[in-house]
Write a protein that binds this ligand. Structure first.
Ligand SMILES: [Zn+2]
Ligand SMILES: [Zn+2]
Length: 266
């Protein structure tokens, strides 16, 4: 994408939310620089008056197409899978450094950033502070025995989406997940291995940088989750009815409901 790309409002008189000039400018700004564009920058890029940009940002916040800071509504905190605040991950490309958002978002970024052959995802285990890093590309999942733990049930992901993403982390092992849960007095959420996380992330945001991006409807989302290896067993209820899960392998294959969506979904 070029440095001087513009998103003139008049080109999209009847755009749906996801085609609003500001949303594309936000996503492309994140992709290009690793940071969220400011309101004056968005105004310059879209040709909208700053107050109209603010209005659009508010609408996009309400439609869950991005997340504004609770205090400063001019500040975009997240536009999944991008984040402008530290949530435990860094994602380094050849020339650009991104905050990774959550584990899921960090693994999704290389699938969206097609100018990067791959990226270096780095984090620390929340339980023992052991550093972990993986070169993550688009062809195959990175190798490693670490596990991802998603604390918040997906149906409640948007109750406090920053908290949700901040608690989707990568750990040394399920032992470290249990230690951390004990330390923090929380119930186990959903655990999966690196391969499952990578597959889950691989196609999650396809088209996010393009006009006409549409989130999957529940049926398509369900098909997608099944395709990447997250199948719902007939006996299992929704994500938020799940008890503490047991092991990563069985959890990954049986404990996700058809209504599960990502930390950015509707
Ligand atoms: Zn650890
Ligand atoms: Zn996230």
């Amino acid at each position: 994408m070029s440095e001087d790309q513009h998103y003139p409002a008049e080109d999209h008189p009847h755009y749906p939310c996801t085609d609003a000039p500001a949303v594309l400018a936000v996503y492309h700004g994140f992709a290009r620089t690793g940071q969220a564009p400011s309101v004056p920058e968005l105004a310059a890029l879209t040709g909208l008056a700053p107050d109209l940009v603010r209005q659009e940002l508010r609408t996009l916040h309400e439609s869950h197409d991005l997340v504004l800071d609770a205090q400063n509504h001019d500040q975009v905190v997240m536009a999944h899978p991008f984040a402008s605040v530290p949530l435990g991950f860094s994602v380094m490309g050849a020339h650009t450094l991104w905050w990774g958002g959550c584990a899921w978002d960090s693994f999704a970024l290389p699938h969206l950033l097609k100018d990067e052959p791959d990226v270096l995802v780095a984090t620390g285990c929340p339980a023992c502070d052991t550093p972990h890093a993986w070169v993550v590309g688009r062809d195959a999942p990175p190798k490693g025995d670490q596990v991802a733990h998603l604390l918040t049930p997906m149906q409640r992901a948007w109750d406090d989406v920053v908290h949700t993403c901040a608690n989707q982390r990568l750990f040394c092992s399920t032992d470290c997940v249990d230690i951390w849960l004990q330390q923090t007095g929380q119930e186990r959420g959903y655990v999966m291995d690196l391969g499952t996380l990578w597959r889950l992330a691989s196609d999650r945001y396809t088209g996010r940088l393009d006009l006409g991006y549409a989130r999957r409807d529940p049926a398509a989302a369900s098909a997608y989750f099944a395709e990447v290896g997250l199948n719902r067993s007939a006996s299992q209820g929704a994500w938020d009815q799940m008890g503490p899960s047991t092991s990563c392998g069985t959890a990954a294959s049986s404990r996700v409901s058809s209504t599960v969506s990502s930390c950015r979904s509707s």
